[in-house]
Write a protein that binds this ligand. Structure first.
Ligand code: HEC
Ligand code: HEC
Ligand code: HEC
Ligand code: HEC
Ligand code: HEC
Ligand code: HEC
Ligand code: HEC
Ligand code: HEC
Length: 403
């Protein structure tokens, strides 16, 4: 081999190494330097809004600019537009503006999500406030403070003043089932913080925990202390929350969040905005019954579990869940319900709720104290049964021993 050939080989090898180094350098820099954000597109009808609000409310415009909406040219008036004659049309800077965009406005482009949300328990949450379940709080706290508290989660009616501005006593209000001026119910911004509308934020447990917490509905506490919640906190950085599809088992495996199980995509399920679609049992009533179509609904839920657990494990988890509820129903809920019905028939109870002591005790069997196993037995044996016996001697023996 002459010197010239050797030189050429050395040059070739050097070039190859330099090429590799440059390629690796490029790949690494792509990873480290965040991708350039797509630019916000301001269309003609939104020019004046963006211009003036950049000064008057810079936070809102900045959040909008970070949204996917902005990059696609979906702007202020696509959501805030109002027509002449609509109850909430507000004459604002030469445009007719609705201050509260509702699911009806979103439905123009997100029909599927709006439809699913509209048939869910979330959308009727304001109407349900009047029913008896939380009546005790109404009695104990008085109607005014109760209404103030209830509506933060459940929602209540937003009232429009003359000229399209809103009654400050009823708005702001993003309770989940809020009754909107345009006749629609519920609000998407209970979970989707405006104006970014980022799925990554909606997928966080905190989004749901804003309402699903405390003794009456302790989902946050149950989740937080479960292995799922512990792992979510420990491995939050690995949750890939901003990925596009966010499928359990594909985009992340560290832990499930509330959304994973109740709403998000799984290998076999699309996103659903009807949070009842994956729930087989109604846990609200004292005797927790299976819902219509419960088997299918459970399968829907189990398609989430399957990303991280084996099928026998999942089946067994549900066996344990059902056993706890069936045991509770059989031992406490069904007999107590039977006794209350009999006391009513015998004329020992008035039709007014919560005016007899035993009605409070009965309520506590599945709210508050009754949720703690050691308290439950005491409450049933030492309070509920003696109170029933005092009203109608021998009632427990008559009903429960079939005499
Ligand atoms: C010249 C400035 C200006 C322009 C143009 C403008 N706004 Fe406003 N906007 C304001 C100011 C100031 C307020 C504060 C409330 C007020 O006007 O009393 C406001 C309030 C609002 C509110 C909330 C009302 C409240 O009580 O908090 C909405 C919604 C709104 N603007 C949307 C829009 C939209 C959509 C456009 C485009 C058609 C627009 N604005 C154009 C200045 C402007
Ligand atoms: C994708 C729909 C959407 C777009 C686009 C949008 N908004 Fe909103 N905006 C909402 C929703 C939803 C609310 C919350 C209404 C409620 O429930 O009270 C809201 C509330 C507001 C409010 C009142 C709340 C507050 O904090 O003062 C203002 C002002 C406002 N938007 C201005 C704008 C401006 C300016 C733009 C354009 C830069 C814009 N919006 C774009 C949906 C949108
Ligand atoms: C004029 C049409 C239009 C309106 C009105 C509209 N959106 Fe959108 N929205 C879009 C489009 C287009 C996308 C992008 C869809 C895609 O990526 O496939 C989008 C995406 C989204 C996303 C996902 C964002 C992301 O980063 O992936 C959410 C959440 C969302 N919209 C919520 C809402 C809500 C809530 C409202 C009503 C307050 C609303 N949108 C009103 C057109 C609209
Ligand atoms: C912190 C948020 C929050 C507050 C405040 C709140 N609720 Fe609730 N409420 C919920 C949640 C979440 C559920 C669903 C619980 C579940 O399914 O486990 C619920 C369920 C209910 C139900 C049962 C609905 C059904 O059909 O099963 C009624 C009735 C109710 N609440 C009434 C009230 C009343 C009355 C008040 C005020 C005294 C009130 N709530 C205050 C969050 C709240
Ligand atoms: C109870 C909370 C909640 C409410 C209320 C809610 N969303 Fe969502 N939404 C979510 C979650 C969580 C995701 C993310 C799902 C995922 O993992 O991709 C999402 C995703 C979306 C997306 C992204 C598209 C998709 O299918 O992934 C759109 C669009 C959207 N929501 C629109 C709406 C509209 C419109 C409303 C009101 C009619 C609404 N959302 C109400 C929780 C909610
Ligand atoms: C603004 C308050 C609020 C937020 C935020 C919220 N919820 Fe709810 N949720 C409620 C209320 C109130 C009810 C009870 C509605 C009723 O039955 O009247 C409820 C009911 C439910 C139910 C029972 C559905 C059924 O068919 O009985 C599920 C499951 C649920 N929510 C899951 C979620 C998840 C998951 C999230 C977050 C992605 C979430 N919720 C966010 C207030 C909220
Ligand atoms: C690992 C999956 C998983 C996670 C994570 C999860 N849930 Fe659930 N959730 C379930 C299952 C399973 C049920 C019972 C379903 C059945 O009865 O078939 C349930 C029941 C519920 C119910 C009761 C509905 C009723 O009948 O009243 C509510 C409300 C709820 N979950 C909300 C939440 C909230 C809020 C979070 C987060 C703080 C959460 N869940 C986290 C799987 C999950
Ligand atoms: C994204 C992954 C993921 C999903 C989805 C998921 N889990 Fe888990 N689950 C885990 C991890 C990780 C653990 C913790 C295992 C450990 O610590 O040893 C766990 C723990 C558990 C445990 C406690 C086991 C123990 O050793 O104490 C039960 C029960 C459980 N999961 C049931 C379910 C059910 C039922 C579903 C569906 C409704 C589900 N999981 C969905 C990841 C997941």
């Amino acid at each position: 081999m002459n010197l010239r050939v050797k030189q050429q080989i050395v040059i070739l090898i050097s070039l190859f190494f330099m090429g590799s180094l440059l390629t690796v350098g490029y790949i690494e820099s792509e990873r480290l330097i965040p991708k350039k954000k797509a630019k916000a597109v301001v269309t003609n009808k939104n020019l004046s809004c963006v211009k003036c609000h950049s000064e008057k409310t810079p936070g809102i415009v900045a959040q909008w600019k970070e949204s996917r909406h902005a990059t696609l040219g979906v702007g202020c008036m696509d959501c805030h537009q109002a027509k002449e004659g609509e109850p909430d049309a507000w004459d604002h800077e030469e445009s007719l503006v609705a201050i509260v965009p509702t699911p009806k406005d979103c439905a123009r482009c997100h029909e599927q999500q709006a439809k699913e949300f509209a048939v869910s328990a979330h959308a009727v949450a304001a109407r349900n406030v009047g029913s008896l379940d939380h009546f005790r709080e109404l009695v104990a706290e008085g109607v005014a403070p109760a209404a103030g508290g209830c509506q933060k989660c459940h929602g209540s009616a937003i009232k429009v003043l003359k000229g399209g501005q809103l009654d400050p006593l009823t708005w702001p209000n993003t309770g989940i089932g809020v009754l909107n001026p345009d006749g629609s119910t519920g609000t998407c911004s209970a979970c989707h913080s405006r104006h970014q509308f980022a799925p990554a934020q909606a997928r966080q447990p905190d989004t749901c925990a804003k309402c699903h917490l405390r003794a009456e509905h302790p989902q946050l506490e149950v989740y937080g202390e479960s292995k799922h919640g512990i792992l979510f906190r420990a491995r939050r950085g690995e949750m890939n929350l901003a990925s596009v599809e966010w499928i359990a088992g594909k985009d992340y495996t560290a832990a499930p969040t509330c959304a994973t199980c109740h709403m998000s995509r799984t290998k076999g399920q699309p996103v659903t905005h009807d949070v009842g679609q994956r729930i087989g049992r109604a846990l609200g009533p004292i005797v927790s019954e299976k819902r219509e179509g419960w088997e299918k609904k459970r399968k829907n839920m189990q398609s989430a579990c399957g990303a991280c657990h084996g099928p026998e494990f999942v089946k067994a988890a549900y066996v344990q869940y059902d056993a706890i509820l069936d045991g509770y129903n059989e031992k406490y809920a069904a007999p107590a319900k039977k006794i209350m019905a009999a006391l009513g028939k015998e004329g020992k109870l008035t039709s007014a709720p919560f005016d007899e002591k035993i009605e409070w005790t009965f309520f506590e069997l599945w709210h508050g104290k009754g949720r703690r196993p050691e308290e439950l037995t005491r409450l049933y044996v030492s309070d509920f049964i003696p109170e029933a016996e005092a009203l109608s001697p021998g009632i427990a023996a008559r009903l429960l021993k079939g005499k």
